[in-house]
Ligand binder design. Structure first.
Ligand code: AMP
Ligand code: ZN
Ligand code: FE
Ligand code: FE
Length: 279
């Protein structure tokens, strides 16, 4: 039996509504699914209601963009009540930071000759966490690019000509806030951290010592031997090897819930180990 602990819905930059994501996960036969939208829990109530109609467990989660000594990290937090709490209460501020950044990106694009507006961007967003994927959608609609990936390979990439930084939590603050909120954390797609292998290991040790529970070893876009290697690193460091597809619906059209690119299997044990780390 398998789970998927990294899935996005239209509450952030996925294209399927939360209830559809749950229905797809149940149809695939997953025992559990974590909805991990960027900076928002607004899809969780709908997902929980949908999960009550299927033999599947819905884990409320969120994906945060954090910073640790200059390294950019995506942090998944799980088991968060979608009401209030120390981490929950910070999310609105993070979304405000997104709005400010989105406006600055649109301004940059206008200076570069792409005449899109914030209204164009918001038409592509169904939820309250708006970001670069929706700006990319507006550029596609304007005929400037073919798809989201083209935006992330050029204009909107880190260091791209329309790239703008945004405020992030520190990784340690994110772990602390998640723990105070009854949650546990895992580092998403750990190999996208902009650092070398030795430093990655020391970052993981450091964050583990601050309460980090896991790393996403079973990541859909990593080849199976890399997943195995990362699971060994997790075991070595006393971290849980979590995993997920990073499903975004049509936002990443090759990825499916549960199976990723076709060969992903995240064992139920990953979720059970994570559950044991709850504070
Ligand atoms: P933002 O959250 O606004 O900084 O936008 C970054 C998000 O865009 C990432 O977290 C991914 O979910 C998504 N993303 C990154 N690369 C791609 C891509 N090539 N195609 C589609 N979505 C992407
Ligand atoms: Zn995303
Ligand atoms: Fe991510
Ligand atoms: Fe993600």
């Amino acid at each position: 039996m398998a789970v998927d602990l990294h899935v996005h819905s239209s509450a952030s930059d996925g294209t399927d509504a939360p209830d559809l994501v749950v229905a797809k996960a149940a149809a695939f036969g997953l025992t559990a699914l974590a909805l991990t939208d960027h900076d928002t829990l607004s899809g969780i109530p709908e997902a929980l209601a949908a999960a009550a109609r299927f033999p599947i467990e819905l884990i409320p989660g969120v994906e945060l963009s954090v910073d640790h000594a200059g390294a950019k990290i995506h942090m998944l937090a799980y088991f968060l009540e979608p009401t209030s709490g120390p981490l929950q209460d910070r999310l609105e501020g993070l979304r405000t930071g997104r709005s400010i950044r989105n406006l600055r990106i649109v301004e940059r694009l206008n200076e570069l000759g792409y005449s899109i507006t914030m209204e164009d961007v918001l038409r592509h967003a169904a939820g309250d966490a708006v970001g670069r994927p929706h700006i990319a959608d507006a550029l596609v609609e304007a005929g400037a690019i073919e798809n989201r990936s083209e935006a992330f390979a050029g204009l909107l990439s880190d260091g791209g000509s329309a790239y703008v930084e945004r405020d992030r939590l520190t990784a340690i603050d994110a772990i602390t806030l998640a723990t105070e909120s009854g949650g546990v954390t895992s580092i998403a797609h750990p190999l996208t951290i902009n650092t070398d292998a030795a430093n990655l290991r020391s970052i993981l040790e450091d964050l583990r010592d601050h309460g980090l529970a896991g790393i996403e070893a079973h990541y859909s876009e990593y080849p199976p031997p890399i997943r195995t290697q990362l699971a060994a690193v997790a075991a070595d460091l006393g971290l849980v090897a979590t995993g997920g597809s990073d499903y975004h619906g049509l936002g990443k059209p090759d990825l499916q819930i549960g199976s990723g690119l076709g060969d992903l299997v995240v064992p139920d044990a990953a979720l059970e180990e994570l559950r044991h780390r709850r504070p």
